[in-house]
Structure formats: structure tokens, C-alpha cells
Design a protein around this ligand. Structure first.
Ligand SMILES: Nc1ncnc2c1ncn2[C@@H]1O[C@H](COP(=O)(O)OP(=O)(O)OP(=O)(O)O)[C@@H](O)[C@H]1O
Ligand SMILES: Nc1ccn([C@H]2C[C@H](O)[C@@H](COP(=O)(O)O)O2)c(=O)n1
Length: 225
């Protein structure tokens, strides 16, 4: 599909901080609408993982960017493949979340991932989640959502999520990590986490997953009416 054709396809951009529920809500919305789904955070996690494997420091912007450009990343069903190898579990650790946030501060690393993110746009449409979907990657998305929840609620959700996966979890450490990650993701110079102009704010502290999904679907129907 060329750029002009892709330009007319609808994108629902869902941005927000860690553990707000973006991924869960975005995937369910994509399923309901039969849209493609982009988990942009997974791309930064893959870059952090690959850099780590190659002994490249996460603060070495040029080396990490060169590494990012050299990677062949594919999403096949639920799996994330790096150069053909399934690394879905390896990138989902708290360490790789932290690494992803650190490599994501570098403008050349972000630039290396732009075309790949655009390539996810296909008919009949795309739901994309991340930090800069509505501000930088898909600025003309007809629907932009800023999905958030208080830090305490997000820490509680992450805590339960880790326990559910039989991974070690300590609420206080999770809370501290989230605060650090929020500060880094919001405070960086390049494509910081901010609510896009015209985005709808969805605070999910007191919303179920189903409620949040329905609110996004309703908003999408309204913007098409
Ligand atoms: N509204 C909600 N109520 C209760 N739990 C929720 C809600 N939304 C999401 N969750 C749960 O919170 C956890 C984190 O959600 P999810 O992984 O979707 O967040 P995320 O924003 O994509 O995080 P990250 O950016 O770190 O990947 C999951 O276990 C999910 O089931
Ligand atoms: N569009 C994006 C997506 C992710 N990042 C960075 C910042 C996050 O802390 C990290 C991991 O994302 P997650 O998998 O937790 O959603 O990746 C970004 O800068 N821009």
C-alpha cells in the first residue's frame, strides 16, 4: 500500500503512561473493529533487549540507534520476533520496560522506528498504542485517546499482573519504578508523553476494562457520524 492510500485509513491513537491499560484496551478495540494493532512500546523493548544482548549501553544514543536500524522485527499473531527468534517473554520483563524507556529518550532511536510504525497501517484501519501515537507518529488520527489512571492504581494493576504471571512483585518497588518511568517518558526532549491536542481524556481509576473499551468504541462511532 502506498502512502497516499494509507493516508485515508482511520487510526485510533491511544497514548498514556505505563500500566494504564492502553495495551489491553487497544487490543480489544482493534478486535471489535477488525483493525490492525500496533504495540509501539514493544518496539522500544526489542531495541533495549537487542542493545543489552550486544553489550551496548542504553545511554549510548548513536550505538543504540545503529543497533535499532539493523534489527528485523516482526509481530506474528501474539509473538514478537527479532531476526526470526521469538522474544515475546524476554521483552516483557520490568528490566526491559526500564531499558525501553531509557533508549526511547534518544531522537535517533525514535527516528529509526518511524517507518516500521507507519507500516502497521493497513485496511480497514489501525489501533496504535504508545506514548506519541497521536502527537508524532499518527498526528492526523481521527480519534486520539489519552488513557490514564493514578500512579497507585497503575502500580496495583501491575502488581496483580506480575503475580498472575508468577513473577516476583513488590508493590513499593513497582510504584517507584512507575514514578521514575513516568518522569523520564514525560520529561524527555524528543516526543515526550503529552496529551495530544483534541485527544479525549479517559481516566480509568474507576472504570472496568469493558467500560473503557466501550467508551473508545462510542467515541469512534461519534467521530464517524
Ligand atoms: N480498567 C481497568 N481495570 C482493571 N484492570 C485493568 C484495567 N485496564 C487494564 N487493567 C489491567 O492492568 C494491567 C496493565 O494493563 P496493560 O498492560 O494493558 O497496560 P499498558 O498501559 O499497556 O502498560 P505498558 O505501557 O507498561 O505496556 C493488566 O493486567 C490489565 O489487565
Ligand atoms: N510510542 C512509544 C512507546 C513506548 N515508548 C517507550 C517509553 C516506555 O516507558 C517504554 C516501554 O513502553 P510500554 O511497553 O511499557 O508501553 O517504551 C515510547 O517512548 N514511545
Amino acid at each position: 500500500m502506498n502512502n497516499t492510500q494509507a493516508h485515508h485509513l482511520p487510526v485510533i491513537a491511544i497514548d498514556g503512561p505505563s500500566a494504564s491499560g492502553k495495551g489491553t484496551v487497544a487490543q480489544l478495540v482493534a478486535e471489535k473493529l477488525g483493525f490492525a494493532y500496533l504495540d509501539s512500546g514493544a518496539l522500544y523493548r526489542v531495541v533495549a533487549f537487542a542493545a543489552h544482548q550486544n553489550n551496548i549501553a542504553w545511554d549510548d544514543a548513536n550505538a543504540v540507534a545503529a543497533c535499532a536500524k539493523s534489527l528485523q522485527i516482526k509481530f506474528v499473531h501474539e509473538q514478537v520476533l527479532l531476526n526470526g527468534q521469538d522474544i515475546s517473554n524476554e521483552i516483557r520483563t520490568e528490566l526491559m520496560g526500564k531499558g525501553a524507556s531509557q533508549v526511547a529518550v534518544h531522537a535517533p532511536v525514535r527516528a529509526a522506528l518511524v517507518d516500521l510504525q507507519h507500516s502497521f497501517l493497513q485496511a480497514p484501519g489501525l489501533v496504535a498504542d504508545g506514548r506519541d501515537m497521536g502527537t508524532v507518529i499518527f498526528p492526523s488520527a481521527p480519534l486520539k485517546i489519552f488513557l490514564t489512571a493514578s500512579t497507585e492504581v497503575r502500580a496495583q494493576r501491575r502488581y496483580k499482573q506480575l503475580l498472575g504471571k508468577n513473577q516476583p512483585a513488590n508493590y513499593d518497588n513497582i510504584l517507584q519504578d512507575l514514578q521514575e518511568r513516568d518522569a523520564r517518558d514525560k520529561g524527555r526532549a524528543s516526543a515526550p508523553l503529552v496529551m495530544a491536542e483534541h485527544a479525549i481524556l479517559l481516566e480509568t481509576d474507576n472504570l472496568s476494562i469493558a467500560d473503557a473499551v466501550n467508551m473508545v468504541l462510542d467515541a469512534y462511532q461519534k467521530c464517524n457520524a
